[in-house]
Ligand binder design. Structure first.
Ligand SMILES: Cc1cc2nc3c(=O)[nH]c(=O)nc-3n(C[C@H](O)[C@H](O)[C@H](O)COP(=O)(O)OP(=O)(O)OC[C@H]3O[C@@H](n4cnc5c(N)ncnc54)[C@H](O)[C@@H]3O)c2cc1C
Length: 457
């Protein structure tokens, strides 16, 4: 007899969605967070979410309608701006409309729906260690705030939803098929501020601006996300590859000096920084009695770093799978395995191919991007399609026209072509994701050389 059916470490968007899903199905769930209860959800974030994520969650787990008070402003589209800042591409469609929101209120609402569904919330409590019985995960050691001793709690399934740190994933034994660490080069580091701008009015507050600049934010971008005519969430993030710049330096020395609104009166609402994994998902999100959800499972979009919607998707799918396993009275890796193909088919496959695209973006120059935008070699519909499907596409009738436009940049065009093929290869490997743990090693052996090629393309 265990203390709980499922113990979830981390009550962020992923953990709370899983707790909600399991609670609704009648399982005993403990949701633990180190933050004070009324601070759960408080996080440095771009505060933007596509509405399509919520629609998908509604049909998957009947997620209640988000209360209006959480939304700061509705978003109609996203502009991608070239380094020269003279050319921009507007992406507007079902996957780019959404809203900006109050991060704390979002977290508090998600916590409340988990509690209403029956989950027990334990706040101000740090999960310290995984416990094992016969080499298999059996529970966690926790320490409550104000206490000076650990407490042991047992669960049939333990979930690491601790975010980018992957606190419990890192404690798995070496023999686990789950990768315990994420390479430094697979993280994005970012800083951002939220300001009221009483003397500056954003003309298109429903459009989010993303600025590419490889000399400043290599592999990342600067974002200016208005949250209404006189309020903005502004930040910059970049890949943590060797020798990368510090985001705070970029913010102070580049962003502050080059955006008009930054030179007007700014009323500080919040400043902060954070990290996010921006790679393909962890190759298996389960082990015996153990699951990964959200950032700890690397369920973040590798191109824009958005991970709220996908962590909620992961949380819902993990909850559905855990419930099925508990009902069969089997929480082994085999019984939890269906979570992997569920996630890989619905989102992981796209993430994996965008991870390839990330390496391509890392290796192109400002001059290349300016050229591609100016000559319309890349169009908004291509970017939208790539971000939606993980497929590099160019309308076939347009191909010739664009090739002619691209004369003088033949190596760039050849590389675009090559990376498109590699993205297809990755998608083909994901389409054959193994249906049991037995096939994992062979599957990974097919994947690794493709990523090695992508890094050099
Ligand atoms: C600067 C920045 C901007 C971003 N902007 C966006 C955006 O605009 N849109 C978007 O969709 N995504 C954005 N993301 C990504 C997004 O924030 C994450 O992908 C998402 O929050 C992941 O949810 P999660 O539940 O996995 O983790 P989190 O939301 O990070 O939650 C993890 C929880 O675990 C708790 N925890 C950690 N360790 C322990 C422990 N040992 N014991 C107990 N509790 C613990 C934490 O307190 C936290 O509450 C951004 C990320 C960063 C860094």
């Amino acid at each position: 007899m265990t203390d709980y059916d499922v113990i979830i470490a981390g009550a962020g968007t992923g953990g709370a969605t899983m707790a909600y899903t399991l609670g609704k199905k009648g399982h005993s769930v403990l949701l633990i967070d180190r933050k004070q209860k009324d601070m759960i959800g408080y996080k440095t974030c771009g505060d933007a979410l596509g509405s399509h994520h919520l629609k998908a969650l509604d049909s998957l787990v009947n997620l209640p309608q988000m209360p209006k008070g959480i939304v700061e402003y509705d978003i109609a589209g996203i502009d991608i701006i070239a380094p020269d800042r003279e050319h921009r591409l507007r992406m507007a469609g079902p996957t780019t409309s959404g809203f900006s929101f109050n991060r704390l209120k979002l977290g508090q609402w998600m916590l409340s729906i988990a509690e209403d569904a029956g989950a027990t919330v334990m706040a101000s409590t740090r999960v310290k260690r995984l416990m094992f019985d016969g080499g298999k995960v059996s529970g966690v050691k926790i320490m409550e705030e104000g206490s000076d001793s650990d407490k042991e709690l047992s669960g049939r399934i333990v979930v690491d939803a601790t975010g980018a740190v992957g606190m419990l994933r890192r404690q798995l034994p070496e023999s686990s098929p789950v990768e315990r660490t994420i390479a430094k080069e697979d993280f994005m580091v970012a800083v951002r501020d939220i300001y009221e701008t009483p003397d500056y009015t954003f003309e298109t507050p429903d459009i989010l601006d993303i600025y590419w600049d490889q000399e400043q934010t290599l592999g990342g971008y600067i974002w200016v996300f208005p949250q209404g005519p006189n309020r903005v969430n502004v930040g910059c993030g970049l890949m943590t590859i060797p020798g990368h710049k510090k985001p705070q330096d970029i913010f102070n020395n580049f962003v502050r000096k080059n955006w008009d609104f930054m030179k007007t009166k700014l009323v500080d609402i919040h400043s902060g920084g954070g990290i996010a994994p921006v790679r393909r998902p962890i190759d298996t999100l389960v082990d015996d009695n153990f699951m990964l959800v959200g950032d700890s499972g690397a369920q973040v979009n590798p191109i824009h770093g958005g991970g709220i919607g996908s962590s909620m998707l992961g949380g819902a799918q993990a909850g559905i799978t855990a419930s099925e396993a508990l009902e069969q009275n089997d929480t082994s890796i085999n019984a939890l395995w269906p979570y992997n193909p569920r996630y890989m088919e619905s989102y992981g496959i796209k993430q994996a191919s965008l991870d390839v695209f990330r390496w391509f973006l890392l290796n192109i120059t400002n001059e290349d991007i300016n050229f591609a935008f100016k000559k319309q070699i890349v169009k908004a519909s291509d970017l939208l399609n790539t971000s939606k499907t993980g497929k590099m596409s160019m309308g076939s009738g347009e191909k010739f026209k664009r090739l002619v436009a691209g004369v003088g940049k033949v190596p760039l065009l050849m590389r675009i072509n090559k990376i498109g093929k590699i993205m297809e290869e990755v998608k083909a490997v994901y389409a054959a994701y193994p249906d049991s743990p037995k096939g994992l090693q062979d599957w990974k052996a097919r994947l690794v050389p493709i990523y090695d090629a992508a890094k050099k393309a």
